[in-house]
Design a binder for this molecule. Structure first.
Ligand code: SER
Length: 594
């Protein structure tokens, strides 16, 4: 049975039992600032679970909801975790309760005609053992006993069998269903054996029925809701895995074609377990990124965009490890193909999605290799990387913490994650442009003053080309918070007059308060604008072009990754301190902004 059939059977089953089938909400929650993405099927339904009536008028709902969970990111690539998944769910809004919920869960899982035909002998169930908030769930236990031998039903505490979407909202005891995925079959197990089997991923959770009759505020259960609700959630990837007789989700038809495609273009042929996991991670992160972009997320350094950026960049770095023979965007088709029928919007949006992925990949590839070298340099002989070091890899080379952690763990080095978070918060504003920084820009940091100096190099280069001639090109630059150094091609010492003219020209452009803008353009498009650029460098197909001034005040056009100030008026007064030779045909200017 293919995943499309499984999804369809789930919905039809509940439709027949009076449920309104509602579409999946966007991954981006509406009116819910508590989460960046929908992480469970019930999330978009919270108002109705709290008592509001559903717009459809129905009190029974079912759907397949797109979800993203990145809290488990370290577990991605194991047998059961993915950052994106679909959650099949059915809900009762003050309608049916435990009796029907459990009966239907069991029937759908095991029935051959209407359901998935799973082997009931491989099913295990947990129910709530009770605590100060709610009594032991004997009711659920009694109902389950009609379908499953008593000794395969285990009582568990709130840690396992109490579900709430966070510190606030509707919640309640739950009952979870597990399926035995071993070849030999585990048979009857004591609770201890069951717990061990769970640890060893010999059984896998496939469905959760939450009996939502309580409400939480600030982490505390404050009482009962006006209605008793049911919220169930079953991960499509996991159900597909057990229905298809696999022991991991990456072998199902939802992920296998993607992993296979990654494997095919991988040029690192020695397939070890390690390689396989890397292929899975790339497949997972790519799939999640595609769904995020389809729902309107774009890579950035804040909130949702930052999560997307981290996933994409990790996939880029791992595709570098596997030496994939193509870019990630060429793998997009293998993902979308799987969802042609279930998410036709992906097909319609394929070109935009591909472009977005390509843009981010190319941007990151500009700094990736240099960042890895920098990582080697700063980590040599160390057993721990500080928050500041980890953050500098992010701000200067666009390395999300996951990449640094991965590189570090390969070398037995620890990363101060908390320190990184602190630095990140401190630099939040600045880091919004930090990873855009061009690796050869020579910025020592991304502080505001350095950014001003960076813009000054553009004004200076243009001024030098105006005063000395078109043979002048930037050969390098180095910026600190105190001064800038700018190396350029020119054969002779500059005269005092030339220096004065250059300085005046830069100050004139500062006074004119010219806007600084950029555009990301395909390289051919960019070339037409005739920018000053480092043409010796390897650029990706899409490049960033910075323009200072507009209309007839257009002054400089440069290929550059940024960051820059928004307006030249922010620079202050420009002063040349020194002009000297660096090597044959290369001169250096030291200058300050006052
Ligand atoms: N909300 C529950 C879960 O996410 C059941 O849907 O597991």
């Amino acid at each position: 049975m293919q995943s499309n059939e499984i999804r369809a059977r789930f919905l039809t089953f509940f439709e027949k039992r009076g449920h309104a089938i509602i579409p999946s909400a966007s991954l981006i929650p509406e009116n819910d600032p508590s989460v960046l993405f929908n992480t469970a099927g019930m999330q978009p339904l919270v108002p109705y679970l709290l008592g509001e009536s559903h717009p459809s008028g129905a009190t029974r709902l079912a759907n397949s909801q797109k979800c993203v969970r990145t809290v488990d990111i370290d577990e991605i690539g194991d047998n059961t975790h993915a950052t994106f998944f679909e959650m099949l769910g059915n809900w009762s809004l003050g309608d049916y309760f435990k009796e029907e919920a459990i009966e239907w869960s069991f029937k759908l899982l095991t029935d051959k005609e209407e359901g998935f035909g799973l082997d009931p002998k491989r099913l295990y169930v947990t129910v709530f053992e009770g605590d100060e908030n709610a009594p032991r769930d004997d009711e659920a236990f009694e109902i389950w006993k009609k379908y499953i031998p008593e000794h395969r039903i285990y009582f568990m505490g709130a840690k396992n069998n109490w579900w709430s979407p966070g510190d606030n909202g509707p919640c309640g005891p739950d009952s979870e269903m597990f399926y035995d995925v071993t070849v030999e079959g585990l048979g009857d197990m004591t609770k201890e054996e069951y717990l061990k089997a769970d640890d060893e991923q010999k059984i896998v959770e496939i469905w959760n029925d939450v009996f939502m009759e309580y409400e939480k505020k600030d982490g505390k259960v404050i009482g009962k809701l006006s209605k008793k609700n049911v919220d169930t959630g079953s991960g499509l990837e996991r159900v597909t895995m057990v229905v298809q007789g696999k022991n991991n989700i990456y072998d199902t038809d939802l992920l296998q074609p993607i992993v296979h495609q990654v494997h095919k273009v991988s040029q690192v042929r020695q397939v070890t377990d390690g390689n396989e996991r890397v292929e899975r991670i790339i497949a997972d992160h790519l799939r999640t990124s595609i769904f995020m972009i389809a729902d309107g997320v774009v890579p950035s350094n804040t909130d949702r965009g930052y999560i997307l950026r981290r996933l994409l960049r990790r996939a880029v770095r791992l595709s570098h490890t596997l030496e994939l023979s193509c870019g990630l965007e060429e793998l997009v088709g293998s993902v979308i193909h799987i969802y042609t029928d279930s998410y036709p919007n992906l097909v319609k949006d394929a070109v935009r999605i591909q472009n977005e992925i390509k843009k981010e990949e190319e941007k990151f590839r500009l700094t990736l290799v240099h960042g890895m070298k920098e990582f080697e340099r700063i980590s040599e002989g160390k057993s721990e990387l500080s928050g500041a070091e980890t953050f500098s890899l992010f701000s200067s080379y666009g390395f999300p913490i996951e990449i640094t952690k991965e590189l570090a763990s390969e070398r037995g080095i620890v990363v101060d994650e908390k320190g990184f978070e602190e630095e990140f918060k401190k630099h939040k504003e600045i880091s919004a442009v930090g990873s855009e920084q061009k690796f050869k820009g020579g910025l020592a940091d991304t502080s505001e003053i350095s950014t001003r100096y960076h813009t000054a190099t553009h004004l200076l280069q243009k001024a030098l080309r105006t005063v000395l001639g078109e043979h002048v090109f930037q050969k390098g630059s180095n910026i600190t918070a105190e001064r800038m150094r700018f190396d350029f091609s020119h054969g002779e010492k500059m005269t005092d007059e030339q220096k004065k003219m250059t300085e005046d020209l830069v100050n004139e452009k500062i006074k004119e308060a010219l806007p600084v803008m950029y555009e990301d353009l395909p390289i051919d498009e960019a070339r037409k604008r005739n920018p000053i650029g480092l043409f010796g460098d390897k650029y990706g197909d899409v490049v960033r072009v910075y323009t200072i001034g507009e209309g007839d005040k257009k002054w400089s056009i440069e290929l550059c990754g940024g960051p820059h100030v928004k307006n030249t008026s922010e620079l202050g007064h420009f002063k040349i301190l020194k002009e000297e030779a660096v090597s044959a045909g290369v001169r250096r200017i030291k200058a300050v902004l006052e």
